[in-house]
Design a protein around this ligand. Structure first.
Ligand SMILES: [Zn+2]
Length: 185
């Protein structure tokens, strides 16, 4: 795994992504396109690493601070114990446990698979500043994982108050392989 210092340098451009007052309610939306691709890929590799803890449902997620460049939270699918414990939900709960219910707009959530409507709804309600995923729900379905066929963007677009930008397909070749080669049965 990359060191935090390496990660911080790759995420350096994010310091200006949300502006100096990114934590305030009136802050501009995070501009994910301003980040170098390498920064997105580094964060996605952390999500992939988290996902490997569940070889059956390799959904891993991390929440990265766009401004302070740190890994704020992580999660992996644990639906074996609770059907709502998708990777993104576990990461959101981890975030609250570590940082409290604040600061969401400064965070970028990276997840190996496109967020389902449940997770995307939680992401919207939290007000997470940006969402980056690897594999699409189409690929997840092809990998034999049942999906509610409503894309993350559709959920986001149905919430006029949500300004979170979504980028899909980051390290898709790696995340697609992760899902297609997952353990079954
Ligand atoms: Zn989900």
């Amino acid at each position: 795994m990359l060191s935090r210092r390496t990660f911080a340098s790759l995420m350096g451009a994010a310091a200006n992504v949300g502006g100096a007052a990114a934590s305030s309610a009136s802050a501009p939306a995070l501009n994910l396109d301003a980040l170098p691709l390498a920064a997105h890929e580094t964060a996605m590799r952390l999500a992939i690493a988290a996902a490997k803890a569940n070889p059956f449902y390799p959904f891993g997620a991390v929440i990265i601070g766009a401004v302070d460049r740190t890994v704020l939270a992580q999660g992996v699918n644990n639906t074996k114990t609770n059907p709502a414990r998708h990777g993104e939900i576990v990461a959101i709960n981890d975030y609250v446990a570590r940082h409290g219910n604040q600061g969401w707009a400064d965070g970028i959530l990276y997840t190996t698979g496109e967020p389902c409507p449940m997770c995307m709804g939680a992401i919207v309600w939290a007000g997470i500043g940006g969402i980056v995923y690897g594999s699409s729900i189409t690929t997840l379905t092809e990998a034999g994982i049942a999906q509610i066929m409503i894309g993350a963007s559709a959920v986001r677009d149905a919430a006029p108050f949500c300004r979170g930008r979504i980028i899909g397909g980051i390290l898709r070749a790696e995340t697609d392989t992760l899902f297609r080669n997952r353990q079954r049965g």
